[in-house]
Write a protein that binds this ligand. Structure first.
Ligand SMILES: [Cu+2]
Length: 506
């Protein structure tokens, strides 16, 4: 039906045009061809002038009207250290091209009006003019050279890499259809190595889990950065061409599969400072949702964003990520909340090549935890502990373990036993009772024997470390003192343990 109506409308339009041209023809025959032509030329010339005024006026007014929404103007001054040099480059280019735009349009329409055909007008044939040739070749050449040199200088400054020893944060952004996968280096400040061959469902970036620098790397959802600190972003693509684009910071770099790129920049305004500037402009003092006057103002809802500036596929738009620029204190607090990807998603799983081994950072963490438990136990409040509260004087040795079914210490047990020996050296008066415990499976008598053997082994190990045997006693409780239920595997596992109790520190 719609197609029929459109078809009929077009047919009607064609008939109208044919009729008008027929009428013009008849009118011309009556009034004389030349006179009609001249009238037409005059009115078209005037229309050209009017169009020129309208076009130039529209361009200038609309640019002025929208200026507070455009990057580089109004509240959208660059939020990065290098951004102003790029903005000034754009403005200088706009100035020169703007002059050319206005002058050529004035010439185009003015000439159409001025040199319209009349009865008396005559064409002048003008074959060549050296002065004109020089003027319109030399001026563009000089302007172009100036723009190219200015552009090159700006490029070299903006694209300069970090120098050796430069204080900076290095992060990584991997683009794929259709999101960004961000990686931060964690407390060591170093990103671990990666290899695309290691990419799998639980290792989206192909991180190498044998590289200790990977153990603290984390993958946040939002891009947080401290204000005033230099950032180097490694930019990587996993499938097709993407583009790392931070419009407010004038950062834009292709993410190319197989060819890592980078961008170095320093954010200079926090998100809050940017919002405060937007607040001064009426354009941003309107509710975000026009149908709900109670909704927050546009300036309050503003966030910096990371976008993909390459048309990389049908869900390209969904690559937007929020960017937050915060003070150093806020950044440190955010960092402290982040969880390492390795420790939260890989550690102890089948895909972990370090499964069953204690890693350096864990040895350190365990040592700190044991020291803290002992310090706590040694604080004598003088108040008897209420019934049901955990006994602080008894401390589990979670990382002292035995080969299955026997009384041979695992190789990893040396770390925690070493820590315990250090504590005993630190407090020379400290006397402890080492105890072994089992779950309730199997024969109670042999459980008791095994737990006694195990606690003896621990005692002997400490003696071998130079601790006087008189400060150590060892007991095997078998399954008599369960720490949890014996009805579940998790409970039984909690019951199989080695612990020590502080007897005295005098
Ligand atoms: Cu993309």
């Amino acid at each position: 039906m719609t197609a029929l109506i459109i078809g009929l409308s077009i047919l009607l339009l064609v008939i109208v045009i044919l009729q008008i041209s027929k009428l013009t023809d008849m009118y011309a025959r009556i009034r004389g061809e030349e006179e009609v032509d001249e009238r037409l030329n005059r009115s078209q010339g005037r229309a050209m002038l009017l169009f020129m005024i309208g076009l130039l006026g529209f361009c200038i007014v609309s640019a002025y009207w929208w200026k507070n929404y455009m990057m580089g103007y109004g509240p959208h001054k660059a939020a990065s250290a290098h951004g102003n040099s790029l903005d000034s480059l754009f403005n200088v280019t706009l100035l020169f091209t703007g002059i050319v735009f206005v002058l050529t349009h004035i010439a185009l329409f003015y000439f159409s009006w001025k040199y319209k055909k009349t009865k008396v007008s005559k064409a002048t044939h003008w074959a060549h003019d050296n002065t004109l040739e020089i003027v319109w070749s030399a001026i563009p050449a000089v302007v172009m050279t100036y723009l190219v040199i200015k552009g090159l200088l700006a490029w070299n400054t903006v694209m300069a890499d970090v120098k050796e020893g430069d204080d900076h944060i290095e992060i990584e952004a991997t683009a794929y259809q259709f999101a960004w996968h961000l990686r931060y280096p964690g407390p060591d400040g170093l990103l671990g190595t990666r290899d695309y061959k290691k990419i799998s469902a639980d290792n989206p970036l192909g991180q190498d889990w044998t590289d200790p620098q990977n153990y603290d790397d984390f993958h946040p959802d939002e891009l947080w950065l401290p204000v005033g600190k230099k950032v180097r972003v490694r930019i990587i693509a996993r499938d097709v061409l993407h583009n790392f684009y931070l419009p407010h910071f004038r950062v834009k770099m292709d993410a190319v599969p197989g060819l890592p790129t980078y961008f170095v920049f320093t954010p200079e305004k926090t998100t809050e400072q940017y919002r405060d500037e937007l607040r001064n402009y009426p354009e941003y003092n309107v509710p975000k949702d026009p149908s709900d006057p109670e909704s927050k103002m546009l300036w309050e809802e503003f966030n910096y964003e990371l976008a993909c500036a390459e048309l990389c596929g049908k869900s390209h738009y969904s690559m937007r990520r929020v960017v937050r620029i915060v003070t150093q204190e806020e950044y440190d607090a955010w960092l402290a909340k982040q969880q390492s990807y390795y420790q939260s998603s890989i550690r102890g799983k089948d895909s972990d090549p370090n499964k069953g081994k204690l890693l350096d950072f864990e040895v350190k963490q365990n040592k700190e935890a044991l020291n803290m438990s002992v310090e706590k136990a040694l604080v004598d409040t003088g108040i008897p502990a209420a019934a049901g509260t955990p006994d602080l004087k008894t401390i589990r040795l979670d990382y002292v373990q035995f080969e299955s079914g026997g009384n041979t210490l695992t190789a990893e047990s040396k770390y925690q036993l070493g820590d315990l020996a250090e504590i005993l050296n630190k407090y020379p008066q400290l006397k402890i009772e080492v105890s072994g415990h089992t779950d309730n499976t199997g024969d109670p008598a042999s459980n008791k024997t095994l737990s006694q053997q195990r606690s003896d082994v621990v005692r002997d190990y400490l003696v071998a470390q130079g601790i006087s045997a008189g400060r150590l006693s060892s007991v095997g409780y078998g399954s008599a003192r369960p720490a949890d239920t014996n009805d579940t595997e998790a409970g039984r596992q909690k019951n199989r343990r080695t612990e020590f109790r502080i007897i005295s520190n005098k």
